[in-house]
Design a protein around this ligand. Structure first.
Ligand code: PAF
Length: 287
């Protein structure tokens, strides 16, 4: 496994790995580090589908708002590198902020409409930061496939839209959310949770299971509004939970929905704060 820091180094390494081997497929897993089993599952999917696996670790300042957790975002380079090695990564791209943004960027990739709601609404500018850094990373690594976790379902929809609109030659591979045994979706931010918050955070996954059950039991006839109200009410039973959003939308277009019978797929998407920690989770229900 090679650890590379500069844009030139990663470009040259991937180019050399492809040299004279036109069928070589490069799989790419972009991350912000502090890797957990969810990331390991993305790397495993990349390993299965690709000849060369590239992992990037970069906490991207552009996607954090002024009052968000950029400076305190958890980091552990040594642990990340050990996990990457175990997962069979070929190249780790670990740039500094200066490597990625040697000058203030005057070009921003901005995806409209799919960013209007959910995290796009509660974290203004967040998806501009994501779309811009992912475009840069795609240009640097030039992968055939890129693997993203469905815990960030809106991010997957935004990146798929961007790749389609800009004809970026990368196949986006969505991968299932990995959960702790008790149902909590794996996230680097879970380490912030105090013991009582960690207990009450289970309300996210139980609210999603409730939504799935209500849709199933009503044979898809439940009104979206009623579904949303039931999910909110369930979360509100946890005294430490502060709901940022609990929405029912179409997926992947992320548009409002009233009649579930009129659409083929919905997302029940949650963002809930426990103290300073904001957790997201979702379920996609095929109708
Ligand atoms: O999902 C993430 O970790 C980040 O948003 C990504 C895709 C690595 C871009 O910084």
């Amino acid at each position: 496994m090679k650890v590379l820091h500069s844009v030139n180094e990663i470009r040259q390494a991937v180019r050399a790995a492809r040299a004279g081997r036109p069928t070589v497929k490069v799989g790419f897993v972009p991350t912000m580090g502090y890797l957990h089993k969810g990331h390991a599952s993305l790397l495993e999917a990349a390993r299965k589908k690709s000849d060369i696996v590239v992992l990037s670790i970069f906490v991207n300042p552009l996607q954090f708002g002024p009052n968000e957790d950029f400076s305190r975002y958890p980091r552990d380079e040594q642990r990340d590198l050990a996990l990457a090695k175990e997962a069979g990564v070929d190249f780790v791209f670990l740039p500094s902020v200066d490597d990625m943004y040697p000058r203030p960027t005057k070009t921003i990739v901005s995806v409209s409409e799919v960013t209007d709601r959910l995290c796009g609404a509660s974290r203004p500018g967040h998806f501009d930061g994501v779309a811009t850094v992912v475009t840069k990373l795609f240009n640097m690594v030039q992968p055939d496939f890129a693997f993203f976790g469905m815990k960030d379902a809106q991010q997957v929809a935004v990146i798929q839209q961007m790749v389609d609109d800009l004809n970026i030659p990368v196949d986006i591979i969505p991968c299932p959310t990995l959960r702790e045994e008790d149902g909590l979706a794996m996230s680097s931010r879970n380490v912030y949770l105090q013991p009582e918050e960690r207990k009450q955070a289970l309300v996210l996954s139980s609210a999603l299971r409730l939504a799935e059950r209500l849709v199933k039991e009503s044979n898809g006839t439940i009104a979206a509004e009623e579904l949303q109200a039931a999910v909110k009410q369930h979360i509100e039973q946890s005294p430490l939970a502060q709901i940022d959003y609990a929405d029912v939308l179409t997926y992947p277009s992320l548009e409002p929905v009233t009649d579930l019978k009129a659409v083929s797929s919905i997302i029940v998407a949650l963002a809930v704060k426990f103290g300073k920690t904001r957790l997201i989770d979702n379920t996609i229900i095929q109708l």
